[in-house]
Every structure is written in structure tokens, then in C-alpha cells.
Ligand binder design. Structure first.
Ligand SMILES: [Zn+2]
Length: 71
């Protein structure tokens, strides 16, 4: 049996590359194509830089675009 050493991907801690501080979740309003939506993103408590995983950004943008096309 392999040693039990589980590391859930969600437990991974993101850090600011510049400050080396753990990022904290923060609600941010995005504006895109005259629409706005709120999403919780990770931001650095030290320098305030916001980190958005690319998949999230692209996924959300595609969603909004789709909504507009459906109209
Ligand atoms: Zn920082």
C-alpha cells in the first residue's frame, strides 16, 4: 500500500509572486460588453494585485458572449 499523502488540488495555496504572501479571496466586479458580474477572485493582501485563473476568465467571458448572442 502506498503511503497516504493526499493533497487536494483545492488545498493548494496561491501566493503573490512579488510579495510571497498567501492570496485572499475577494469579491470583484468585472465589466464586459456593457455587462457586469461579480466573482470571487484571489487577491494579494499586500499589494492588492488580483489573480484570475485564465480558465475562469475565459470561461466567464465565453458565457457572457453566449448570453448576448442568444438574445
Ligand atoms: Zn503582492
Amino acid at each position: 500500500m502506498p503511503a497516504e499523502k493526499t493533497e487536494a488540488p483545492a488545498a493548494r495555496e496561491w501566493k503573490c509572486a512579488r510579495c510571497d504572501r498567501a492570496l485572499v479571496p475577494k469579491k470583484t466586479v468585472f465589466k464586459y460588453l456593457e455587462r457586469s458580474f461579480t466573482h470571487e477572485v484571489l487577491c494579494c493582501p499586500s499589494c492588492g494585485r488580483v489573480f484570475i485563473p485564465q480558465e475562469l476568465a475565459e470561461g466567464r467571458m465565453a458565457e457572457v458572449e453566449h448570453m448576448l448572442e442568444d438574445k
